[in-house]
Ligand binder design. Structure first.
Ligand SMILES: N[C@@H](CCC(=O)N[C@@H](CS)C(=O)NCC(=O)O)C(=O)O
Length: 210
């Protein structure tokens, strides 16, 4: 089905969630029209919302009668449904595995590293900050080394792996994690920001150095 004939996609999200931002970036980069439904904690805890996602998390994507949860799974769905065969999610064994490896890092090291630092520093979330800072340093060192030899994370073109990692890595300074000593990551961030359809999350203040 072409995007023009598709029913309106509905994205339950909040503006400051990197998990939601990665999905919204893909929607815009695929030029898919969608409607955003604001889903703060009060909405996420409602019985109606818990039917969509029993974990009470955002994002949720509703496509006609199909309900999808988990940001990375939603991105896989969107490419397979609306942009199959595109550079966003290659079919071949090795590049597909490379995309999956970075999606796993997005759900692991990115979530519990820079995203966790930002949640603690900006929203006072009760998560172990020292652990998140150590994990951030390990992740960023790995990404720096990889991106000093590659333009994108998984293949030589942007994939959903780049979007999955971008949203929280780009705003790492909002969690007190500086990107100053990672020039290759900085160039990758600029590369993603130059892609058609890109939009930024609203900026939060950079915490003072301790
Ligand atoms: N694995 C999920 C994680 C999503 C997630 O953690 N969302 C946060 C907002 S950024 C959330 O809904 N938190 C509320 C909660 O867990 O109760 C995904 O990738 O979508």
């Amino acid at each position: 089905m072409s995007p023009l004939n598709a029913p309106t996609l509905k994205l339950y999200a909040t503006a400051l969630s990197g998990h939601c931002h990665r999905v919204a970036l893909l929607l815009r980069m695929l030029n898919l029209p969608y409607e955003t439904v604001d889903a703060p904690a009060s909405v996420r805890q409602s019985a109606e919302y818990l039917q969509l996602n029993p974990l009470g998390q955002i994002p949720v994507l509703v496509d006609a009668k199909q309900v999808l949860t988990d940001s990375n799974a939603i991105m896989v769905y969107l490419v397979k449904r609306y942009a199959a065969g595109s550079h966003w999610l290659p079919e071949e064994a090795v590049p597909a595995a490379q995309v999956q490896a970075w999606l796993s890092k997005a759900a692991g090291e990115v979530r519990y590293g820079p995203a966790s630092c930002r949640m603690v520093m900006q929203f006072g979330t009760d998560e172990p900050l020292a652990f998140a800072q150590t994990l951030s340093a390990r992740l960023l060192t790995l990404m720096e080394q990889h991106l000093s030899e590659h333009h994108y994370l998984a293949t030589d073109k942007p994939t959903i792996a780049d979007l999955a990692c971008y949203s929280y890595v780009a705003v790492a300074p909002e969690g007190g994690v500086s990107l100053d000593s990672y020039p290759a990551i900085g160039r990758w961030v600029s590369r993603i920001q130059a892609l058609p359809g890109f939009f930024a999350m609203p900026a939060l203040p950079i915490p003072a150095k301790v």
